[in-house]
Design a protein around this ligand. Sequence first.
Ligand code: NCD
Length: 340
Amino acid sequence: MAEATTLPDPAHARAGIFFDPASAPVHPGTTAHPGLRHLLGLEGLSAHAIHDLLDAARAWRARWTRSRAPVTTLAGVEVCNAFFEDSTRTRLSFELAQRRLGATPLGFGVAGSSCSKGESLLDTLRTIAAMGVDVFVIRHASSGAAALAARELGVPVVNAGDGAHEHPTQGLLDLLTLADAWGGSFAGRRVAILGDIAHSRVARSAIHGLAALGARVTVAGPATLVPRDAGALGCDVAPTVEDALRGADAAIALRLQTERMDRGLLPSIGDYVRAWRLDAARARLLAPHAVVLHPGPMNRDVEIASDVADGERSVVLRQVANGVAVRAAVLAWCADRVAA
Ligand code: NCD
């Protein structure tokens, strides 16, 4: 068994210091338990693997438009949804995907669990694993939490968001939504990602996924909210929101992740809104066919104007719908089951 069992300090995530690749394995299939399939991030995932998952998600989506008749793809598979952080759409869509595939979902939340009595993350997860759970879906405030679980538990782990590191199923559903808008082709496309990039696991997964599929990314936000390694991640950094948006094929607006911020990163919300909000005038700078995404939850009229969020370019609810199909594809892949 690997020796390190401590998590990166959550304060690191708050300070915008990201996942330490040396602290845990990141790539699917390279853990201490060979043969297990984890989805811990989109970093390192090949274009081929991403396309396979998107194709599987499209197949689930097509099936469910025809019929909701129950399937047995994940019959007998018990999935623990271990959410140590709040969630609405991610948690519910994982659970819905599990039910539609015939799995048995096991819910877990920090409130009402032994975590509130001081039990460590690993002790809590090992306790649940000892009951014989087959797959873990884990959300946690610390970057690296899902990788740690993958190394220690001996069952497949899906990362449902770890600190400011990655949120791979959100990345995949963003890719599926963009593929829908762009006729399936990513080559030569450009996406503007706006706002609090530094604390966003959504941004990092999108950046890795888009790079793998051949699209370009431009990020724009206040200097304190753009990570120092943005260039190293392969994206361009634009000085203004207008520069990022001009001619882009899509924009992703991000919430200010205040729960992960140290004080003093923003002079005032008013200044932020004036300089960085995606409003209708700015959205007109996008290419004519471009779409607007937001992972939710939205803070209307802070990072995105209400009329843009509800406007004709917005694909926010399509993202949510695609999330169920993407999570079904990921769960079947991790459990090594072929669609029924
Ligand atoms: C995101 C998350 O939790 O990282 N939400 C989500 O999963 N759809 C983004 C956010 O919280 O702002």
